[in-house]
Write a protein that binds this ligand. Sequence first.
Ligand code: GRF
Length: 188
Amino acid sequence: MKIAVLISGSGSNLQALLDSSVRENIQLVVSNKASAFGLERARKAGVPTHSMLKADYSSRDIYDQAVAEYLNQQAIDLVVLAGWMHILGARFLDVFQGQTINLHPALPGQYPGTHAIERALKDGVERTGCMVHRVTLEVDVGEVLGVSEVEIKPTDTLAELEERMHSAEHRLLVSVVEGMVKGVQALS
Ligand code: GRF
């Protein structure tokens, strides 16, 4: 199974994948920000990188299509959105629907969109979590492939909760992607 990981920033979730058994499946890391630190992580691990900036394309649709075409040219089987901060629309999903998964720092049905960790903390809820789901046209909605609950302590600062969330995300993402790779290997 050939995997592309799409990132926009630090890439700590990418790092977790690079440190796991699926490293050999990761063919490519794509960023929509040229300065994303995750690109450094990929280079250090010897994984090819590619930056695709939306500003270089005339519209959102054309950009989404270009990303799909690029991944298709590389014969990618699974696209992992790991902190990729761009909503991929129909032009992308026409090609990769069912083969694209996203990591989101909230439980299914809760806090779709940005700042999910901060919003849960502000709401004063006792628990939040993270999930990996298949990507659909609706943001942060789609078949749930894995969930991990994360406790919110009454004394938590945003930084403390983010750190706990990121540890949970790293474990969850690796376990879901490893499971998908093993599932495909078992069939072949
Ligand atoms: C993660 O919290 C992910 O759920 C969210 O963006 C963050 C990315 O972190 N969508 P990193 O770039 O993997 O460190």
